[in-house]
Structures are given as structure tokens and as C-alpha cells.
Ligand binder design. Structure first.
Ligand SMILES: Cc1cc2nc3c(=O)[nH]c(=O)nc-3n(C[C@H](O)[C@H](O)[C@H](O)COP(=O)(O)OP(=O)(O)OC[C@H]3O[C@@H](n4cnc5c(N)ncnc54)[C@H](O)[C@@H]3O)c2cc1C
Length: 554
């Protein structure tokens, strides 16, 4: 067995074949920061003027990801005029046009992110060197995917209308009773989730398991290997719902659309990924009561003597120029800016005194969902590109409760060339373990930034669990295995906690200290979604919370 770097060297040919080296090179030659005019011809749609939000709203939702979309739809259906403020752009879909490239369109202000975090210890974590190098080459532009740097960690999240649903890989997995109860500790009732809220969220998202004809395609061969080896190892694989529009995936297979779902694309733009821009968001707009305002970034939240909330909001260009700066007011405020965005706003508001009644639990209890990746490197390249769809999984209950998903061949392109190289030559597995390690967001007065403190070596338990499961699978492989490779880089895509139900908020996301202030996104989960990829649990708990808040009148 060899280590990751040796494997990378061996697979250098694979990297070049995947076009990754060329892409990095192209990025390096680009002007930094982005020359104005460069992106207008590539994606004219995102440069169109946006309707300004009204001065006062009955409800404002910050963020248009899973929690924000659910909140907007249900508030609007209840007849409440709702304004959604989203910092990112509203990106188009096209069956053939490649909307996203490895340039400013991919990353949310890469240069700003590097500059803001230059004091964080993550910059010295060796595993991140490759990512930093690739990021340094990207134009500073409002792309769809934010990477931010923290102490001993980096966090990735979506930055677009649709939030994480625009950049994710559609795994739509429920938690199970034991791990759910282990992490939620009775604050959320599992039976209620299983009978009401998970089914409602699945239907709302429109996620279903892979159809048999699609699964038979050659691009699912790694997935079928995963299933077979898993069975030999004594596990019970099953199909996990995926949030994909299968007819578009069929179009890809038949050559009627550009290969994306079937070729491991990050940032899928051909319409095969069933992002929230196809489900909750248009339904919210169709009520006539909700409006979505892209390129509106909320910077600060204040409370007025009347109890209304006042928000300092920048309307920005895709290049990040501030076009207008306004203060908007609202009677009800739902924070759904994603775990990182919500913590940035709340920790800052408490520590600068604009929302002084927020309690000491704000910013605490952050977890990475025990998420790690392990790859079984197969000798020789299979030559076939593998699908981005993670269609199957199983549970391992030997030590930490863990869900193991065949993590498709998802790759971060130039950010992780080793992973790209292994697209065709590894069975990649994404593992979410129930792990107790937690971090804390803190406000730094000098830089005015909110930065996560994650303990050095805090991922040790997760790494061990991944390695153990990887070796069990490798022992049962019916083909020669070169290496079992743990992928520690940038596994922080599953951010959760910081405004947790039962501590910073009540059991339904009402923030302690203020009436009509709610958190309804990943920040409310207790650092873990109970050994499941988070989007379905966030959607389901958000449905539960907003239904209760509306029924209770606040
Ligand atoms: C690469 C990647 C792959 C993933 N794959 C999966 C998967 O397959 N399955 C799964 O379950 N999960 C996956 N995840 C995780 C999943 O995407 C997140 O858990 C989920 O999106 C979180 O939902 P949310 O509602 O908390 O917020 P988000 O979906 O993150 O949405 C928050 C929104 O708020 C906006 N925002 C932030 N700050 C502000 C502000 N100040 N003003 C205005 N707007 C703001 C952001 O731009 C964003 O659009 C993946 C994540 C990544 C990064």
C-alpha cells in the first residue's frame, strides 16, 4: 500500500488526461483581480439588474439554500410577504453551454478569502497547500463556491441562489433512529421526523433513487463495484435517494446534453442536478408573496426599540463592487445564510453589541458532521469517467456509527488533483461518522472577522474510522488494490452548529433573547446530522420548525 503523494505521482498521467493541469495553467495566466468585462460575455444573465427589495418586509429570509428556501415557501404560503436576500448570483442552466469554468465563476471571491484569512493557522496545514496554490490563481469574482480559512480548518459552502444545492452532489440521505437520537438528544423527536418531516422534505426536493436503466450505464461501474464489495464485507448496501433530474441524466447518456452528472462535474449547469432553483424557490415565487433578490449581501443586523430588525445590506455587482448600500427593516427575521453565514452574522452581532441579548451558546458546538473521504485505489486506470451521482450506501455500526456512501467520483478539480486523478481509478467513499469533536466561532475585533477555532488534530477520530472501513472494503475487493487513501483535504463541506436547537435557540429555531428572530439552516443542527449527509435533515427540520412557528403565530 502506498501513501497519497506516491499515488499522486503514479497517477500524474491521469491528471493530465483529465485536463486538470491545463485548467490550472489557464487560471494562472488570468488577470487578478478580475478584469471588468471578462465575464459579461461568458454569463450575461448574472449581470442583469435585480429588482430592489422593498424598504420594509413582513419577513426577511437571509440566504436561499435549503433552510432559506423552505422558510420562504412556507411563510409565503401562509400569506406573509417575504423578501429573500441572497449574496450570490442567480445562475442559468443550459444543456450544452458550460456555465462554470475553473476561473472566477467557480469561487466566491478567492483573493478576498485568501487575504481575509492570512492570519489563520489553516494556511500552514500542509494538506491545504495544493488548494491554496489553485485558489491563488483564480480571479476575484462572485463565483458559486466559497472556501474560507479558519484555525486548523477550511470551510466550503455554496454562494448562489439555491445555496449549497448548486454545488453539491445531490445525496439526499435520512438519518437513522440511533445516531439521530445520539446527536439530537431528544430535542427533535425522531418518530416525528420519520413519519412527517423526512417524507415532506423528500417530496419537496423531489429526490428519488437512481432508475435501473441509468444505473446500468458504464458511468456507474464504480458504484456497482462498491455494492458488490460491500456485500462481500458483510454490509447491507441500499440505494440512497439522489436529487437528480433523471431525464436529463438520460439525455447525457444518449448524447443529448453535455456530460456532467455522468462525468464527475463540480458545479453542474446542464440541469441534471435538481437544485432548489427547480423546486422550493420557484414554488415560493409562484405564490406571489415571496421575492428573491440575488447579489444582496447582509452585513449587520440591529434591533430597533420597537423590536423590528434593521439590516445593513449591500447590493453588489458580480465583481463585488458595492452598487448601493441600504438599511432594510422587517418584523420577522429568518437567518438561513448557511452555517458559516449565520454564525458570521450572529457572533458578530452579539460581540459588537448590535444584538446584545444573544446568549453564550451562539458560535459554539460547531461540527463537521464527522465527514471524511476514503478511496480504494484500483490498479490501473479504468479509462471510463465515472458518474458524479452517489447512488448507494450502507451503514457501519462497528465503532462510531457511520454511513458510508459511494461518493461517486466527485472531484474538486485543480483544488485536489489527486482526487481528480483517481476519478477513473478509485472507488471513492464519503463517510459521515458520529464524532464528538466540536469547534467554536469567535469574533476577532482587529480583523472584524468571525473565525472558527477547530482543535489541531480534531479530525483524528473521523480519519481512523474512515481508514478502518476503507481497509475492510479493500480486503474484500475482487480486483488488485494499490492503496487505501484517506482524503483529509477540504472535507469541511458539512458545516453544522453554532446556533443549535436547545441551546442558542429553542427546539424550533426561535433565537433566545429576541422575539421573531429565527435560525432555520445548518447552524441549528448539533454539529452532526446523525451520520447522514446534511441537506435532507436540514430541509426536514426546517419544514418542522417553520410549520410550528407559523402555527404558533411566532
Ligand atoms: C462541494 C459540496 C458538496 C456537498 N454535497 C452534499 C451532498 O451530496 N448531500 C448533502 O446532503 N449535502 C452536501 N453538501 C452539504 C450541503 O450543501 C449543505 O449542508 C447545505 O447546503 C446547507 O444548507 P443551508 O440551508 O444550511 O445553507 P446553504 O445551502 O449553504 O445556503 C446558504 C445561503 O446563504 C447565502 N448567504 C450567506 N451569507 C449571506 C449574507 N450575509 N447575506 C446574504 N446571503 C448570504 C449563501 O450564499 C448561500 O446561498 C455539500 C456541500 C459542498 C460544499
Amino acid at each position: 500500500m502506498m501513501d497519497r503523494r506516491s499515488f499522486m505521482r503514479l497517477t500524474a498521467a491521469g491528471v493530465t488526461a483529465a485536463g486538470v493541469s491545463a485548467t490550472v495553467g489557464a487560471g494562472r495566466s488570468a488577470a487578478l483581480p478580475a478584469a471588468h468585462g471578462r465575464y459579461e460575455s461568458l454569463v450575461p444573465e448574472i449581470f442583469r439588474p435585480v429588482t430592489p427589495p422593498r424598504q420594509h418586509s413582513e419577513a426577511i429570509v437571509i440566504g436561499s439554500g435549503f433552510g432559506g428556501s423552505v422558510s420562504a415557501l412556507r411563510l409565503a404560503e401562509a400569506g406573509i410577504q417575504t423578501t429573500v436576500l441572497e449574496r450570490g448570483s442567480r445562475w442559468p442552466h443550459d444543456p450544452w453551454r458550460k456555465i462554470f469554468g475553473w476561473d472566477g465563476r467557480m469561487l466566491w471571491h478567492a483573493q478576498r478569502s485568501l487575504a481575509e484569512r492570512s492570519a489563520s493557522s489553516a494556511l500552514t496545514v500542509p494538506a491545504y497547500a495544493e488548494t491554496l496554490g489553485a485558489m491563488a490563481a483564480v480571479d476575484d469574482f462572485g463565483g458559486i463556491f466559497e472556501i474560507s480559512w479558519h484555525n486548523n480548518s477550511a470551510i466550503m459552502c455554496g454562494a448562489a441562489v439555491g445555496g449549497g444545492s448548486v454545488v453539491y452532489i445531490g445525496i439526499t440521505a435520512e438519518s437513522k433512529r440511533d445516531p439521530f437520537n445520539q446527536v439530537f438528544k431528544g430535542v427533535v423527536d425522531y418518530d416525528d421526523m420519520a413519519t412527517t418531516w423526512y417524507p415532506k422534505a423528500l417530496a419537496g426536493l423531489g429526490a428519488t433513487v437512481v432508475p435501473p436503466d441509468v444505473y446500468r450505464d458504464h458511468s456507474f461501474s464504480n458504484c456497482r463495484d462498491f455494492w458488490r464489495i460491500g456485500q462481500k464485507a458483510g454490509y447491507a448496501p441500499y440505494f440512497v435517494p439522489g436529487n437528480w433530474r433523471w431525464n436529463v441524466v438520460r439525455d447525457e447518456i444518449a448524447g443529448r446534453a453535455a456530460p456532467m452528472a455522468t462525468s464527475s462535474a463540480l458545479a453542474n449547469s446542464n440541469g441534471s442536478l435538481n437544485s432548489l432553483t427547480y423546486s422550493y424557490l420557484p414554488r415560493a415565487e409562484a405564490t406571489g408573496k415571496a421575492t428573491i433578490h440575488p447579489r444582496h449581501q447582509v452585513n449587520d443586523i440591529h434591533v430597533e426599540p420597537t423590536g423590528r430588525f434593521a439590516l445593513d445590506v449591500d447590493y453588489v455587482s458580480p465583481y463585488g463592487d458595492v452598487l448601493t448600500r441600504r438599511t432594510l427593516t422587517t418584523d420577522r427575521l429568518v437567518l438561513a445564510a448557511g452555517c458559516l453565514g449565520t454564525n458570521r452574522l450572529l457572533v458578530r452581532a452579539r460581540d459588537t453589541g448590535t444584538l446584545p441579548n444573544l446568549n453564550e451558546h451562539i458560535g459554539t458546538g460547531w461540527g463537521n458532521n464527522g465527514n471524511g473521504n476514503i478511496d480504494i485505489a484500483v490498479r490501473g486506470s479504468r479509462k471510463d469517467q465515472q458518474s458524479a451521482v452517489g447512488a448507494a450506501g450502507f451503514f457501519d455500526t462497528t465503532e462510531q456509527f457511520a454511513r458510508v456512501m459511494v461518493n461517486s467520483t466527485f472531484s474538486l478539480g485543480p483544488l485536489d488533483s489527486a482526487a481528480a486523478a483517481m476519478n477513473t481509478s478509485a472507488i471513492k467513499m464519503g463517510i459521515t461518522s458520529v464524532d464528538p469533536t466540536r469547534g467554536t466561532f469567535r469574533y476577532h475585533r482587529d480583523s472584524q472577522q468571525v473565525i472558527l477555532d477547530w482543535p489541531a488534530g480534531g479530525n483524528g477520530g473521523v480519519a481512523e474510522n474512515c481508514e478502518r472501513i476503507g481497509h475492510v472494503m479493500a480486503r474484500h475487493a475482487d480486483f488488485p488494490v494499490d492503496a487505501v487513501v484517506y482524503e483529509p483535504d477540504l472535507t469541511w463541506a458539512h458545516c453544522m452548529g453554532g446556533a443549535t436547537l436547545g441551546t442558542a435557540c429553542d427546539a424550533y429555531g426561535r433565537v433566545h433573547g429576541y422575539r421573531n428572530l429565527y435560525v432555520n439552516d445548518g447552524a441549528m443542527l448539533p454539529g452532526s446530522a446523525g451520520a447522514s449527509n446534511p441537506s435532507l435533515t436540514i430541509t426536514a427540520v426546517a419544514e418542522r420548525n417553520i410549520a410550528t412557528i407559523i402555527a404558533d403565530g411566532g
